[in-house]
Design a protein around this ligand. Structure first.
Ligand SMILES: Nc1ncnc2c1ncn2[C@@H]1O[C@H](COP(=O)(O)OP(=O)(O)OP(=O)(O)O)[C@@H](O)[C@H]1O
Ligand SMILES: [Mg+2]
Length: 419
């Protein structure tokens, strides 16, 4: 499809985003708009489903006719039939007049049934009948009426699950789902989150006549990596909130983090600290990996020296196997998962290699960490890194492969502040 057509639709309906899956969803909407079949728009909450029925209607042969949007989830179960199909005077208490429902009002046009997964089962049966025959009966009437309405429905409910649980009719699902459009979650849209942020920030700045909030590079990284369970709606609310309440217009990752729910604290930290070339280590386990890998490097270096000096003295390294486990607690193979096991066996291999060619004294020097508690090793590593970088914490953290934040925490924990 002509890309300029998709671009036009984005401009007309204020849709921001460039990701492939979003473009594909718009493309499908445009393609199927003139084909007079039912459509089901699916996607998590807040992804932007509600614009699609409008796009479909506006590009269909029904565009000059009525378009109604009904939120099935917002209408009480007792009145939904009457809202959709109408009722006769006196059909139920309070029915003082007869009323035509949406199916009559939208005749010739399009009816958007939002949150269709919330429809009660008896309404589902009525809906299936209209979809199959174009016929319906008002509540309290026995007269069969005809209508010609195109249905576009939307849901954020897992329909397969709803069917399995007996909450949604399978036959109706297939009928509604003749064509489906899946709107992608924000977390799968790459840089679109940053584009959307800029759009919402600009909207707010125009509305409140103030400069828009901007994100620093690390904040953009965090924004793009954040999982956005509430999708575009959550991002929009956050941007609006931030536009009004932030003290400074430039928002860094730390400030952005204060606007994000606390439960994903860890994700955010990783996101901020991660750059394509660098890895951050947030947990003791990861620090431990680093010690092991550094150890391996040292051992290779040691092997080189040994070879150079042509030393042949046998070693007694085997005796140190038990002390190795002190660092790990119990035997690692008991409770480590695959990756951890790999790291452990790698260390074992290193020790075996050492045992073959290394004199005891040199080995002990290299293996200083082994036999001491993890805390001691960690504390020593931090102390050395700080000394090496003249107390500059950023550089020390980088050289340790941990975030500055973790380093601060460790310095406090080991009371290294005043050293
Ligand atoms: N691509 C987008 N560009 C600009 N704004 C968007 C985009 N997608 C969604 N929005 C905005 O995000 C908000 C949520 O969108 P919408 O109401 O369509 O979500 P939804 O998919 O219907 O969610 P729910 O299932 O919870 O009803 C709206 O204010 C909408 O304008
Ligand atoms: Mg909605």
């Amino acid at each position: 499809m002509d890309e300029s057509l998709i671009l036009q639709v984005k401009q007309r309906y204020n849709i921001v985003g460039n990701c492939e899956a979003l473009n594909r969803a718009i493309e499908i909407a445009l393609k199927i708009a003139p084909v007079d079949l039912s459509v089901l728009v699916t996607g998590e909450n807040g992804v932007g489903k509600e614009i699609f029925p409008r796009i479909i209607h506006d590009h269909s042969l029904r565009k000059g006719k009525k378009y109604f949007a009904v939120n099935c989830g917002a209408i009480p179960e007792g009145t939904i039939d009457s809202e959709l199909f109408g009722h006769e005077k006196g059909a139920f208490t309070g029915a003082i007049d007869q009323r035509e429902g949406y199916f009559a009002a939208a005749n010739g046009g399009t009816l958007f049934l939002d949150e269709v997964g919330e429809l009660p089962l008896q309404t589902q049966a009525r809906l299936l009948r209209v979809l199959e025959t174009g016929e319906y009966i008002r509540v309290g009437s026995s007269e069969v009426r005809k209508t010609n309405v195109r249905i576009v429905a939307a849901t954020n409910v897992n329909m397969e699950k709803a069917i399995a649980e007996g909450k949604f009719r399978e036959d109706l699902y297939y009928r509604l789902n003749t064509i489906s459009i899946s709107v992608p979650a924000l977390r799968d849209r790459g840089d679109d989150a940053a584009l959307l942020f800029r759009k919402f920030a600009l909207d707010m700045s125009e509305r409140y006549k103030m400069p828009p909030v901007r994100l620093t590079e690390d904040a953009v990284r965090l924004l793009v990596a954040y999982p956005w369970k509430g999708n575009v709606r959550q991002l929009k609310n956050l941007t609006e909130n931030m536009s009004v309440t932030a003290e400074k217009r430039e928002i860094d990752a730390e400030t952005l983090r204060t606007y994000l729910p606390a439960d994903s604290f860890h994700n955010q930290l990783v996101a901020v600290n991660e750059t394509p070339r660098e890895h951050s280590f947030e947990t003791e386990r990861e620090i431990l990996y680093k010690i092991l890998f550094d150890l391996r490097r040292d051992v290779s270096e040691l092997k080189r020296i040994v070879r150079e000096q042509n030393l042949t003295q046998p070693s007694s390294l085997g005796a140190r196997t038990e002390s190795h486990n002190l660092v790990f607690g119990t035997h690692p193979a008991d409770n480590f998962e695959k990756e951890e096991e790999d790291a452990f066996w790698e260390a074992e291999e290193v020790k075996e290699e050492l045992a073959e060619q290394t004199p005891k004294k040199t080995t002990e020097e290299v293996l200083t960490p082994v036999g001491r508690s993890l805390e001691e090793v960690e504390c020593e590593m931090i102390r050395r890194a700080l000394a090496e970088h003249n107390g500059r914490r950023k550089q020390a953290a980088d050289s340790l492969g941990i975030s500055e934040r973790t380093l601060y925490r460790k310095i406090k924990e080991y009371q290294l502040e005043n050293e």
